[in-house]
Design a protein around this ligand. Structure first.
Ligand code: 7PM
Length: 295
């Protein structure tokens, strides 16, 4: 993973020394782990089941997550569940942009993340007040995305996916999943390293074109990514890597989620993307004490 630092090595710093990243006009404090709360404004999201559609519901749910300690609200308007195509750009932006405008107006100073792989939607989202673009394709599904992000002040979550949401779970195979995800990061980072963009967050993309064992391999070896210049985001909340092992439904997966979030934190995650903010904050507080070097 040393190569991930190559383009930035001359800056004489790495993420472990910077502790914050710029998100548009805002700054995200990463001196301790941050929690990103998931806010779905889709009619068919797999866990929240299509709640949070009306303006009141959006404000109430975001307010609740902020009260519980979330630093970021991640707004998504497109289902990226396996075997779906998601919907058109118009359907997506028609739900996403009003939600972002509403949140930006109601919670000024709060970091809003827009979950989209489309450059046109990302541009509108930033204009509407989004400070982070969360791209589950890491720039692979829209050639315009890297051009936009390279010149934007918005932070960028560069997530690994193998394939596309429609096909990713068909039969993913890796020789070395950690090496392949690292190589993907290096390739997809190039447009940003070449312009000196620093506010990028890396995400191994749990469940996105990985089988059960690939997901656990990534979690076990997360430290190999955490050594890079860029902070790491982990999203395991109520995912099948928990439900499959425990033979439970997503609604029953909070305890398993907390267990995996704890492991992710111990292994160097800086940001947890979750449905359940309170429990993630608790895990972060406890692990921070464990990591305290004065022990
Ligand atoms: C159905 C299946 C619906 C899976 C939703 C999902 C991540 C993400 C998602 C992640 C980042 C979910 C996923 N997962 N963005 N968006 N990292 N950066 O469980 O792991 O929320 S969608």
């Amino acid at each position: 993973m040393a190569d991930l630092n190559a383009g930035l090595a001359d800056k004489g710093t790495n993420f472990s020394q910077t502790h914050s990243i710029r998100c548009g006009g805002l700054s995200l404090d990463l001196s301790k782990p941050a929690v990103m709360g998931i806010l779905n404004v889709t009619p068919d999201s797999f866990f929240d089941g299509g709640n949070y559609i009306t303006a009141t519901q959006i404000i109430d749910r975001a307010g609740e997550m902020l009260n519980q300690g979330a630093s970021i609200i991640d707004v998504g308007a497109l289902s990226t569940r396996p075997n779906t195509t998601g919907g058109t750009a118009e359907e997506e932006s028609g739900r996403l942009i009003p939600a972002i405008e509403l949140l930006a107006g109601h919670f000024p100073g709060v970091i809003i993340s827009a979950d989209t792989y489309r450059a046109s939607v990302a541009r509108q989202a930033v204009e509407a007040g989004a400070a982070i673009i969360n791209d589950i394709s890491g720039g692979t599904m829209d050639d315009e995305m890297s051009r936009f992000i390279a010149v934007s002040n918005a932070a960028y979550v560069l997530m690994h996916i193998k394939g596309t949401p429609a096909t990713m779970q068909e039969n993913p195979e890796y020789t070395d999943v950690v090496a392949e995800v690292s190589a993907f990061f290096e390739k997809q980072l190039q447009p940003y390293i070449s312009v000196g963009k620093e506010n990028i967050i890396l995400d191994p993309g749990f469940g996105f074109g990985k089988n059960l064992y690939d997901n656990y391999r990534l979690l076990a070896r997360l430290k190999e990514f955490a050594n890079s210049y860029f902070p790491l985001l982990v999203g395991v909340s109520r995912k099948s890597m928990i439900n499959q092992v425990l033979q439970i439904r997503p609604a029953e997966a909070l305890n398993g989620t907390t267990v995996l979030n704890t492991i992710a934190l111990i292994n160097g995650a800086s940001i947890l993307r979750v449905h359940d903010v309170k429990e993630a904050i608790e895990a972060a507080k406890l692990v921070e004490l464990l990591k305290d070097n004065n022990l």
